[in-house]
Design a binder for this molecule. Sequence first.
Ligand code: TUI
Length: 314
Amino acid sequence: MIKSPLCDLVGIEYPIFQGGMAWIANAKLAAAVSNAGGLGIIAAGNAPASYVSEQIREMKTLTNKPFGVNIMLMSPYADEVAQIVADEKIAVVTTGAGNPSKYMSLWTDAGIKVIPVVASTGLAKMMQRCGATAIIAEGGEAGGHIGELTTMALVPQVCDVVDIPVIAAGGIGDGRGIAAAFMLGAVGVQLGTRFLVAKECGIHQNYKDKVIAAKDIDTIATGKRLGHPVRSLKTPFSRDLFSKEYDSTISNEEIEALGTGALQLAAVEGDLKRGCFMAGQISGLIKKEQTVKEIIDELIDETRSILSDMKVVI
Ligand code: TUI
């Protein structure tokens, strides 16, 4: 058993959240995580509110456990999705890729537990002032849209500036990472990449195969020039995008256009040429497909054995 204050706060068995991965984290994956004792999170990504309503409806047929919805704040549909989650009184809302201040009172007035993802202490403090229930501090080891700091540097600094619970994300792929997150002051963890290879995760097999084949240095951060860096697996596409960012003869609009739709191409089509296979630096730790329950049980077993067998003398 691994319990932390986060379990009672959110009504879950284990202090593990599944990251709200755009185009990937649908009701099927999220329900499997909630049913296995973690917090499953449906990703709104760039989808319209109708898609999110549908996923919420499906989720309610698949689980009676608490679940969350992630709002990707760069989405053109963020306003309407923000309203839907308030109307539906979803247990937990997480946010990513921006500052959710303008939605905070809408959600907190609806009794929703709001848990924003931050990449800096400044936003963490602001979110606490705006009524956040907890904070997810995500380091740049994560897949997808990332900030500057590493998890090791960010998590303790966020813990020092807020009084609300902190959940660590980015670079956590096994029980060692979870135990380390507790040492940094977090009361829970959020994992994305590890769940990419879950049997219940519906991404294209090419995506799963690429994560399983990846080694430590096989991810790359592109998009820095545009101000929104994204970590993905190295492919001819991502390497080409990376080098084009250093080419001053290519406009920002052209760079932006190259990335548009590339995550969907990876997740849905498995397009090895033009897809952007977002994944974190722990991809090299992942060796096989497993069910969500196997993943969560293994994470908890590993964490328990590490914490009960610390080789430190005090
Ligand atoms: O949001 C994520 N990861 C994502 S979103 C996404 S969809 C996308 N697709 C193409 C291009 C861009 C995005 C894929 N992966 N993680 C949470 C996260 N949020 N990481 C970092 C942040 C973050 C960074 C800066 C949050 C706030 C922030 O500052 C906001 C501000 O205004 O201060």
